[in-house]
Design a protein around this ligand. Structure first.
Ligand SMILES: NC(=O)c1ccc[n+]([C@@H]2O[C@H](COP(=O)([O-])OP(=O)(O)OC[C@H]3O[C@@H](n4cnc5c(N)ncnc54)[C@H](OP(=O)(O)O)[C@@H]3O)[C@@H](O)[C@H]2O)c1
Length: 255
């Protein structure tokens, strides 16, 4: 499979993608090569959420070292791409493991566009009150938990049904959809994303591969084992060579 070069990465094309996302249909035609990457993420989502997953990984599929060091596997364009995914989403979701390991801001800083709502799945209340993603910058902040525990003013604590501490990913999506979020980015980490992939709930999975071999450490997906390769997920896939060294694999996981 050939990797398509992305020629107008830094130009005005991204503004056209944002304009198209805001409803300007003519802007799609002006978004150039970027439309091939981002246009499919703007599919209509009137009756159900459109769910995007992302993984930034090494050639050997790892998202961090064995000690948990993960900054930065991808180069500057991979980081810009992650922020573009955030900018196209209504809500970005991480597991509490990522919030504790990386203390991410989960906002849009490396590209144009607005920051989405921030959602942390934190069933047992491990997220510290001073986590950066909880800071008040005018964006909605939600914490999904197993029990209804009051949180600081302005943070929405959402108690969800669970099975022994595990919230079904469908329940997460239903809760977000009911609160008005239509386009949802599951940013990670592996445990969180894997549940959505295993549940067949990701529409589009973007895997950004850096030319690096880490050799040990967590992998981006951990799915239930299969016995035979004919049970493997075989997505329709397109490949883009981002400026710099990163390769983007855009996997269409819809049935
Ligand atoms: N390279 C990348 O693209 C990328 C992206 C994000 C993160 N990361 C890396 O990934 C690592 C963290 O990932 P991780 O897999 O350990 O953690 P994670 O997926 O961020 O968080 C997992 C935790 O979140 C809670 N959780 C998530 N989904 C849940 C559900 N459906 N029901 C109940 N609880 C749920 C659980 O919390 P409890 O344990 O409290 O039950 C679970 O242990 C870090 O090293 C980070 O740097 C890499």
């Amino acid at each position: 499979m050939d990797a398509a070069e992305v020629s107008d990465w830094e130009g005005p094309a991204w503004s056209q993608v944002l304009a198209a996302a805001a409803g300007d249909n003519a802007a799609a035609g002006r978004a150039g090569a970027l439309w091939a990457i981002y246009g499919p993420l703007l599919a209509p989502c009137e009756d159900r959420p459109f769910v995007i997953g992302q993984i930034g990984q090494s050639l050997d599929g790892r998202v961090a070292t064995a000690s948990g060091h993960s900054h930065d596997i991808n180069g500057p364009c991979g980081l810009t791409h992650l922020h573009r995914l955030r900018a196209l989403a209504d809500a970005v979701v991480v597991g509490v493991g990522t919030a504790l390991a990386d203390d991410p801001q989960l906002n849009v800083r490396h590209t144009g566009g607005e920051s989405p709502a921030r959602v942390v799945i934190d069933p047992r209340g491990r997220l510290p009150a001073d986590a950066k993603c909880l800071r008040d910058d005018g964006v909605r902040r939600l914490v999904l938990r197993c029990t209804d525990t009051p949180m600081a003013r302005g943070i929405e604590s959402v108690a969800l049904p669970h099975d022994d501490g595990v919230i079904a990913p469908e329940t997460v999506l239903d809760a977000l959809y009911a609160r008005g979020f239509r386009r949802i980015l599951i940013e990670g980490g592996p445990q969180t994303l894997s549940r959505f992939v295993a549940g067949g709930l990701i529409d589009r999975l973007h895997i950004i591969i850096a030319p690096m071999i880490i050799g040990a450490g967590p992998t981006g997906l951990q799915l239930p084992p299969i016995l035979r390769l004919d049970a493997a997920i075989r997505p329709r896939m397109r490949v883009f060579r981002l400026p710099g060294d990163d390769i983007l694999c855009d996997c269409d996981l819809r049935p």
